[in-house]
Design a protein around this ligand. Structure first.
Ligand code: SF4
Length: 457
């Protein structure tokens, strides 16, 4: 029987973490947590542990008074202090459990801050509602990106000054999803190869993987600018990569600017990348350049060369829905068998989509949204697999059951390098396949008796 009132080791975290990460992908933006210090501290440290970078964010620092009387005074004070002391261009406010429960009216408080002259000329404050007792960090991310569109994108029909035009290549808006900075950079590269000019929101490349220069930049150079967000209405399309993290922003762009949306899976693996390239080809009205065909060919070559190692291996996959859907399809294309597939984020559409992907190749697969890692562990005890793919929290199950483990998705707290190497696109798929092969072949070497311990595999 399904547990309904209890989660044990949930496969998700709370909304503001995602909202904070999304806000970091705006240029010179300071994420602001409207709640108690502990929430902000947890969200910052969780992001820092994954990205190995300092995460700048501020808090309304609720105490007993704000909990009883509301956090309006705290937020007004915070806006004043932030602009006078830390000088961002933008403050992106997200709420927490406490401020949502109190019912603080953020738009009214921000309007008062403007009336009181606390928001300097040319600076911006906007907000996303991120109650943590619903959804997950993915939902918080999606809400913050949606708020960027609703706040800054100029409605259809707005005349854009000549100085803000860049007409040489058609512009496409890309909502990349809750992915690594390296993924965002790789998606931009793919789009540029296809002859389009991407405007990406958010864009944490250059922020959460900024180079070591010997000097500390409170606001690193990356991130989408307010000026870029204003021109979203000029895009030929909005590409939402990942239904859960990116669809709301694409819908908002369509409603506000009449820019058509394309909802795609995260381009992780062969088929999902093919679909993205197909859309870009259609939107750019150009053929796929040889450079990209070569990358695809190299991926196919690896898939063929190592097919005997992938074939029929059973896999458990868990993590965020957009990542898990894309990974499940890629594993299936590698002729592996994803037999246990879970996400902690709610959504019946997840179960439907994964079941559809596996319908022919793994018809008996167990698939569940709103699941936790305790359930996944139970499934694994009843039906062991050859590999687990998921975030760092899977290491306990992998160790307990002695199953090879590939870290993938968010968060990865106990390894390095994931922020620098993409998993999207054909090149990213090669990296993912290599990691899977390494894990499987390491196990084969470890378990091989002396007479079967081979030099060449
Ligand atoms: S679940 Fe709520 S109280 Fe806990 S850290 Fe998240 S926002 Fe704060």
């Amino acid at each position: 029987m399904d547990r309904k009132a209890l989660r044990i080791n949930p496969a998700k975290t709370c909304q503001p973490v995602g909202a904070m990460y999304a806000a970091l992908g705006m240029h010179r933006c300071l994420p602001h947590s409207h709640g108690s210090q502990g929430c902000c501290s947890y969200h910052r440290s969780h992001l820092t542990r994954h990205f190995k970078e300092p995460v700048m964010a501020s808090t309304s620092s609720f105490t007993e008074g704000a909990s009883v009387f509301g956090g309006s005074a705290n937020l007004l004070q915070a806006i004043n202090t932030i602009f006078t002391t830390y000088a961002p261009d933008v403050i992106a406010v997200h709420t927490t459990c406490l401020s949502e429960t109190i019912g603080d009216d953020i738009p009214t408080i921000v309007a008062k801050a403007r009336e009181d002259g606390l928001v300097p000329e040319g600076k911006h404050v906007f907000h996303a509602s991120t109650p943590s007792y619903a959804g997950s960090h993915v939902v918080g991310f999606a809400s913050m990106v949606e708020a960027m569109v609703k706040t800054f994108a100029e409605p259809a029909g707005t005349k854009i000054p000549r100085s803000r035009r860049k007409d040489s290549e058609p512009q496409v808006t890309v909502v990349p999803g809750f992915v690594e900075p390296a993924d965002m950079r790789e998606i931009r590269r793919l789009i540029a190869i296809m002859g389009l000019r991407p405007t990406m929101l958010p864009d944490t490349s250059g922020v959460m993987d900024s180079p070591q220069t010997g000097t500390h930049d409170f606001y690193p150079g990356g991130g989408v600018t307010v000026e870029e967000l204003r021109t979203l209405g000029r895009s030929v399309a909005t590409l939402a990569l990942g239904r859960w993290a990116s669809r709301p922003a694409a819908v908002a762009a369509e409603n506000r600017c009449q820019v058509p949306r394309e909802i795609l899976d995260l381009p992780i693996g062969l088929a999902a990348t093919d679909r993205l390239v197909g859309v870009l080809r259609r939107r750019a009205h150009q053929e796929v350049p040889g450079e990209l065909l070569d990358e695809r060919g190299r991926l196919l070559d690896l898939m063929g060369d190592a097919a005997q190692h992938f074939h029929g291996r059973k896999v458990a996959v868990f993590g965020d829905p957009d990542h898990v859907i894309a990974m499940t399809e890629f594993l299936s294309d590698l002729s592996m068998h994803p037999t246990h597939v879970v996400t902690g984020t709610p959504g019946a559409a997840f179960e439907k989509r994964v079941t559809q992907i596996l319908a022919e190749r793994v018809p008996g697969a167990r698939v569940k949204a709103s699941a936790d890692l305790f359930l996944l562990h139970q499934w694994l005890k009843n039906e062991p697999v050859d590999l687990i793919v998921g975030n760092t929290y899977g290491k306990y199950i992998a160790r307990a059951e002695d199953i090879p483990f590939v870290r993938f998705g968010w968060p990865i707290l106990d390894r390095f390098g994931h922020t620098y190497f993409p998993t999207v696109g054909y090149q990213g798929a090669i990296r993912v396949a290599e990691k899977i092969l390494d894990a499987l072949l390491e196990r084969r070497d470890r378990d091989a008796p002396d007479e079967e311990f081979e030099l060449v595999l």
